[in-house]
Write a protein that binds this ligand. Sequence first.
Ligand code: SF4
Ligand code: SF4
Length: 427
Amino acid sequence: MFTIIYLVVFFGLPFIKVDGHPVFLLNVLKRKFILFGQIFWPQDFFIFALGMIVFIVFIALFTVVFGRVFCGWACPQTIFMEMIFRKVEYWIDGDAPKQKLLANAPWNTEKILKRVTKWTAFWIISFIIANTFLAYLIGVDELFKLVREPLSQNLGTFAALAIFTTLFFFVYLWLREQVCTVICPYGRMQGVLLDRNSVIVAYDYVRGEERGKFRKNETRTIGDCIDCNQCVQVCPTGIDIRNGTQLECTNCTACIDACNHMMDAVGLPRGLIRYASEHNIAKNRPWIYTTKMKAYTVVMAVLVGVLAWLLISRTDVGITLLRTPGQLYQEQPNDQMSNLYNYKALNKTFKGKDIVLKPENFEGRIVIVGEDHLVVPPDGTTAGTMFIYLPKKNIKKRKTTLKIGVYEQGQKITTISTSFLGPFTGN
Ligand code: SF4
Ligand code: SF4
């Protein structure tokens, strides 16, 4: 069920729109990112960076506590392989023994037909996956536009699409679990992250050994493992879980299902292969929440807290205000002095913003050149120049820090700071 939801979300997300705008877009080329309907600009990159750190720590914590659960349940490589490509392969080539027979068979009509069908199906699915990733990058509207336009106008995009389709095709046709065991860096970190308290897919050797074939109506005096080899047969990475935890195990749980099936068949209790820690099995001890796990949880909670605060306190409008380079101060009539500034405002929503700037910690005036107030277009930016005027009597230092309130429809949304340069006064 989880994997079905996962696939529906993966293939459906680029099509979901709110008020005509995608809820998810990762346009790296245009540096435009929309997550859950919220626009993120490159200026919000630090939130992304922190989000990535939280994600990595989260995965590490999960691995310490629950082993390689991510690989078996959330990694797109496993989900696509097990839920799509392997299923298609079974429909076309038959189950594992039939596949072996076909692989060893001479190139007769049946083999050629099956191979061509499988490769075509794999290629089409790879093409759909590559297009879905492209939809995440450029949005479905742009993707459909590309499809309608002549090929000659978008040769670069189609070349990239062809390369990624070919890449997926070879990964799922040939590389398969070698991605997990040889290429994926996360897989190679397991030895460092796992300890004897980590919950993993494990064989209960205390109960299972000494293994031996099952004979009907026997009174079993040896271990519960009936040495049927089903757990090895179904393992996509070809390992024998009875030899202990191995780097190649992706926690896909296929061996658990196969073993439970055999246990049911011979009337023995299920769970000879199950989720358990080494300590659970060796010492018959319940799972414990170790100091290492507690430390990881604290780090995780702090990082999630900071990330949540950054997201909550993120404003809809971002404004930068910098003194115009090369300008000092200007003497003005009525005992006033001014500084010239360059401003840039960006709107992180799909609605236009009318922004008013008000002095906060100073008596003075803010004059936007050519405008009464800032009008920032939806999902866009505006830039220009403005003056800040201060009475001379209030300028006590060479550099005064000014705070400016940013208001929208009478509501203050944030405060920005800048400096005001006056004549040298010895301070
Ligand atoms: S079948 Fe079992 S041993 Fe093989 S990868 Fe899956 S969980 Fe690991
Ligand atoms: S499936 Fe279970 S009973 Fe059969 S060999 Fe594997 S561990 Fe033993």
